[in-house]
Design a protein around this ligand. Structure first.
Ligand code: CDP
Length: 230
């Protein structure tokens, strides 16, 4: 059967990765969480003194080190959930903290960071058979993707989902703090100069504010069947 590229973009915390991961598992495609790559670069910056105490980014220092930032994914053999590795170390939990969430959109707005990560993402999609989620997948990384989805939901719904997710992981954060982070990242992602978050003209819009995980999963599966048979 022919293999295609599936690009899933949208606002923060709207369940893109859940649906992308589920679909990839069902259809035997590779799943890549491009946001995890921007989060891993952000963690690298935190751990290597690239932020000063006022959270300013030393861009020239980062530029000199960006080649040293090696990001890869491996499936957890038991759960089959992809884990993010930074220079050989599993950082899956560390990249999901509020500290990383509060800094990542500033790192993701830097042109040379995006260039380096977009190159890697395009290589990953060379052979097709890939589901990638992010902000610029349908517009910049894979403008020729055969199936493009743009996901959104109200900010409150998204903040609640993120709150529940962090709670399950035992990480504490207030609902207000999360809502603020979600809105702030949306603003930075949409207004940055390089590859801002926007719906590709040929992407299908999905507002999943009132959908269950199962409903959105079925919706995506139908769109996949339609794309593969067209
Ligand atoms: O929190 P959520 O899962 O929604 O975000 P994420 O997918 O982990 O992405 C974290 C951040 O990385 C986003 O807020 C964007 O600033 C940035 N990002 C990006 O600029 N381009 C991408 N393709 C993916 C993420």
């Amino acid at each position: 059967m022919k293999k295609i590229v599936i690009a899933i973009d949208g606002f923060s915390s709207c369940g893109k990765s859940t649906m992308a991961k589920d679909l990839a598992r069902e259809i035997g495609y590779i799943y890549i969480d491009s946001g995890a790559m921007y989060r891993a670069v952000t963690l690298y910056c935190i751990e290597n003194g690239i932020f000063d105490k006022d959270n300013n980014i030393d861009e020239s220092l980062l530029k000199g080190k960006i080649e040293e930032v090696n990001i890869s994914f491996k499936l957890n053999p038991e759960t089959k959930v992809p884990q993010t590795f930074l220079n050989g170390v599993n950082v899956e939990n560390k990249i999901r903290t509020m500290e990383v969430s509060s800094k990542v959109s500033y790192i993701a707005a830097i042109g040379f960071v995006r260039e380096a990560l977009v190159n890697q993402q395009q290589l990953m999609g060379n052979e097709k058979g890939i589901v990638m989620d992010g902000r610029d997948i349908g517009t910049t990384v894979f403008p020729d993707a055969e199936l493009k989805i743009f996901v959104t939901a109200s900010a409150e719904v998204r903040a609640q989902r993120r709150y529940d997710e962090l709670k399950v992981k035992g990480q504490s954060a207030s609902f207000e703090e999360i809502l603020h982070n979600v809105e702030e990242r949306d603003r930075i992602d949409q207004t940055r100069e390089v590859s801002p978050l926007r719906k590709a003209d040929d992407a299908i819009l999905l507002d999943n504010s009132h959908m269950t995980i199962l409903e959105q999963k079925e919706w995506l599966r139908n769109e996949f069947e339609r794309a593969i048979n067209s």
